[in-house]
Every structure is written in structure tokens, then in C-alpha cells.
Design a protein. Sequence first.
Lengths: 294, 253
Amino acid sequence: MFSYCADPESLGTIAWFSCFLTTGVHLSFYLAFFKVLGLLAVTAPVALAFGFIGAMTARSHFLPLSLIGRAYIAIVRGVPDIAFFMFFVIALDQAFEWTRHKLLCPEWTQPIRQGNDFIVCAAAKLPLGTAPQWVHESYAFFLALITFSIVFGAFAANVLYGAMRAVPRAQIETAEAYGMTHRQSFWRILVPQMWVYALPGLSNLWMVLIKATPLLFLLGLEDIVYWARELGGTKTPKFTDYPHGDWRMWYFLALLIFYLGCTRVSEVLLERLMKRLTHGQATLGGEAQRKAAA
Amino acid sequence: MRGNNQTKGVKLMKKILLGTAVLAFSAGMALAQDTVRMGTEGAYPPYNFINDKGEVDGFERELGDELCKRAELTCEWVKNDWDSIIPNLVSGNYDTIMAGMSITDERDQVIDFTQDYYPPTESAYVAASDGVDIKGGIVAAQTATIQAGYVAESGATLVEFATPEETVAAVRNGEADAVFADYDYLVPLVEESNGELMFVGDRVPLGGGVGMGLRESDTELKEKFDAAITAMKEDGSLNDLLKKWFGDEVATY
């Protein structure tokens, strides 16, 4: 990075660290923080949408739809995360490639499954074999995003399903008495009121999601935990200009601070959100707010 | 004015469409010369590791690049976790594995190997002090390696770790009595440890050498790499590489 870094052995401590902490690998490490934050920022709303749709289908009066919703919640919640992340992603990728293969290469005669191998024509590969590495990485990121959203969506669906049932029945009855249709009372009465019941459960999920990001490496994405382990490990002078002992403790300490910081920021924001959602609700919290204001 | 704008719009549209058509066509042409994606772990010096610049480096990087040059292939390196390195190969996420992977019967049932580019390896025990009981004590090894299999059968208590680094760290912090790993991986670590670590017991020859892993259906690619490896063995350039990365005492062809 700096011009004086050519011969690290001759440097003083501060200069040495300024070089050490700006090597290419360290820049990848810093980039990984943004990768993790980006994944969180996109996954959270998508998973919430999955959850909302899941809860709505599970509540449906149309039996097949309700069964689909409930099966989604039950199956995804029941499968261990690590199994999901090891196999579902590969299966999803293969499903995409299989579909593209059927569409793009109808004249292909060889079987797709040959023993253990999964072979599709070159044009059906995702991403294409000629694509640069960043396309492969973005695709992996996209697969990770879908997988995280499906897994956390199922948990969110269960939370929202419970929250919808927690809204006092009297509220819906009143809506019906005013002549609202089923749809109207759902969107205008039930949905605005359920969030206050859903938030504690959803905030738990968010906290778990923040800490689940090391699963990214199973999907071939280098996350911060991977880099901390890789960079902190003992480095012998033969393979690096910056040899050092086992420094994993320091790297993991940095991660600890990062994760604690994330938790603290989330707590503050969630607390504010809770206050807003409680406003005017027929709950203990809502009642307390009303009395304090009066 | 409006009409004029629209025709302009249509013209622009045509240009863009033509542009994409040309792009798509050239992409189709380029398919003939596919990139071969080389999968590795990047955590096993001197075989493969990540250098200061963040690139894959090591014996296998240099060898792989040379093999690709000889076979006239364009190659690109990708990192993958050791645990899922075989599933991702058979699923087609990359085309080869060069990750210090020993050729074993178990693996050969799932994937194919080229001939070995590193002679059958010797594995060794390293401990923090002499006189450690390597047949009855606690021995660390990396998960899903031939060394882990060997330790499990040797009568010692096996503790497995996901990365080679952690197996050595386990010995340093006393979690394990000894670590069992490739001799060549351990040599630089022992040399640099200032006497903290030492080799104990005898070296054990294991596996059928290190080879490049490929999908069983990829016979054409396998032949190309096999031919390149043979050529490198014949003209001695493979031996030069081995000496460069593993020192003069390494077994050669």
C-alpha cells in the first residue's frame, strides 16, 4: 500500500502495522464486513416478505394453500441450518441449471446425472464458464441471499402467524360490525395491530441472523470469520513478508466488538420502533403510554 | 418534435438491440474456449495458501498455472472450504481440485484423479514435548483427511478440526498431545517454533500421492492434464518445482 512497505523487516512497530494492516488480504477482510452488512440489509426485508406471505398462506381458508404455507413453515424450521446451507444451495443451483438446460439445449442427448456428476451443457451453466470471477461471487451471494431468506422467512412466518392471532378478537368483530369485508378488516385492522406482538419475536430473529453470517463460508463466500481465522493464524516467514504468531485472539476480539456494536445499534433502533408501534395499541404498553401523556 | 424524438428512441433501441445481439454472439463464440476453474482450499502452505496480496499462491498455484499453459487452457483459481470441496466439484461449481488432496480409494469412488503430481506423502506427528504417547494419547488432525482416518484406527483419541491451522494450535495450547499431518506442512512450522514444537515418532507413508481431482465425466480434461503432468515429470520441471517449494530433501520423480 505505502511506498516504504517494500522491506517490512526493517520497519518500526507503527510503520510495520501500517503496512501489515493494509495488505491485499486485509483489504479483503475489510471488504467482507461490507459483504456481511449488505447481506443483512437485503436479507432482512426479503425474509420478512417471505414470512408475511408464509403467514398469510398458512392462515388461508382455502385448504391446499393453507397446507402449503404450513408445510413450508414446518419443514424449513425442522431442518438443521447447517444441512440446509450445505445441500439446499447446491440443489437450488442445480434446479436453475436444470431448467436452463431443458430450455436452452433441447438437442442434448447425454443424461444430466452421470453417477455423482451433474452435467449440463455449457450454455446452461450458471454463471457461464466464461464469466469473470466477480459474476461467480455475485451469483453465490445471490444464492446465499435466497437461502437465508427462505430459512429466516419460515421463522418469521411463524412469528407473524402467532402475532396475527394475538390481535384481540374484539377488534375484528368491531371491524365486521362496521361492515368491513374480510379483506378490509385484514389489511386495515389486523395487520397494523399485529406488529406490536410480532416485534419481540422478529427482533430475536434479527439478532440470530446477524450472528448466522459465518454460514456464508459454507456457500463459498469469504465472510469475516473466515478471514479472521485465516489472517490470525500463524504465519511463517517463508510464505509472507509479515510473519507473526497465533494472533487469532486479536482478530476475533475485533469481530466481538463488531458484533457487540451491531447488537447495541439494533437494540436502540428496535426499542424506538417498539415505542412507535405501541402507540395507541390496546396493550399494556399502549395503555401506559396513554396515561403518561394524559 | 414528439415524433422526431420517438424515431430517435427507436433508432437508439435498435442500436442497443443490435449491440446485445453482437455481444450474445461473441459470448457464444467464447464458449468454445471455456475457462477452467481450479478449486483449492487456500489454507495449506506450501501446497496452497493466500499470499499478502490476497491471491492464491503456493506449489499448486505455480504447478497448476504451468499445467494450464502446457495444456493451452485458460485457468482461474477459486477458493472453497475443505468440507464442501468435493460436493461443489461434482455439482460443477469448478472443474478441478488442487488442494493437496491425496488419492484414496474412498475419494476415487466419487471423483477421478489425474496421476500424482506429488509422490505418496509421508505424514508425521508433531508434539510440544518428547515422549508423548502418540498411540494412546489425544491426536489432532484435519477433518476428512487420510490422517484423520489413520489416527482413528491407531488407537489414539482423535480430535478433528476444520482447518490445518487449528490442528497445530490445539497442540500449542495443550488441547491435544500431538498433531498428525503431512510432513511437508509441518516442517516450516516446526522450524519456526523456536523449539516449542518437535517431530515425534516415525513418519508414516499414507495415500497414493497427491493428484488433481476432476469430475468422473470430465475424461477429456483429465487426459489433457495427465499429458501435461507426464511432460513435466519427463523434462524435470516438476522436480524443480517440488524442490523450490518443499526443499531439497523432498521425494522427486
